[in-house]
Design a protein. Structure first.
Length: 195
């Protein structure tokens, strides 16, 4: 039976990760389930290292199995067990990593159909994790409120975020937008919120 899938988006420092962690810890406590944290961040600079360290500190009180997976999310599948409570943080970091994966002396973003292939693989992986996990929470940054960029690659990045957000929300049970630490449910257990 497919587990519960939740998609959480929001701006930087909106409380997405801590809210996602609380959701999963509460679920795991009720069933004595295992907590799994899939981390897609790479420590490319001091600020990112500090954010990664803070996330680790925030999770220190719980026994999370952490899987560092900046690209190729499908590689986590052998490590996910039935009944796990899985957090993937985050889609936007993974997307940037995948766009700039080197392929044929260039980046994926410049190779015809490379990103479509990665998006298809991602959706298959999300479905496979959802089939195994009791609960699967995906965190993503909301960057689409900005004006369109003058830079082509930034526009492509925004377009892919938008497409992936729509695809993930379509298959999610819950879709939540975080704002100042408060969750706004746009979709709850398959029902779209009416506004």
């Amino acid at each position: 039976m497919r587990g519960m899938m939740t998609f959480i988006s929001g701006g930087v420092r909106s409380g997405k990760s801590s809210f996602a962690e609380r959701l999963l810890v509460e679920g795991a406590d009720q069933t004595d389930g295992r907590l799994v944290y899939i981390a897609s961040g790479r420590a490319v600079d001091q600020e990112m290292q500090e954010r990664i360290d803070q996330h680790k500190t925030d999770r220190a009180d719980e026994s999370w199995l952490t899987i560092e997976q900046p690209v190729a999310l499908e590689e986590v599948l052998p490590f996910i067990e039935p009944g796990d409570y899985v957090l993937w943080d985050c889609l936007t970091t993974w997307l940037a990593n995948e766009m700039y994966e080197e392929i044929e002396h260039t980046y994926c973003v410049h190779v015809e159909a490379c990103m479509r292939k990665k998006a298809t693989q991602l959706m298959g992986t999300v479905a496979a994790i959802s089939e195994k996990a009791a609960q699967f929470v995906i965190v993503s940054n909301e960057v689409l409120d900005e004006l369109p960029s003058v830079y082509e690659e930034t526009r492509m990045y925004s377009e892919w975020i938008g497409l992936l957000h729509q695809a993930l929300v379509a298959v999610a049970d819950d879709a939540i937008e975080m704002d100042s630490g408060m969750p706004l449910y746009w979709k709850r257990e398959g029902q779209v919120a009416m506004r």
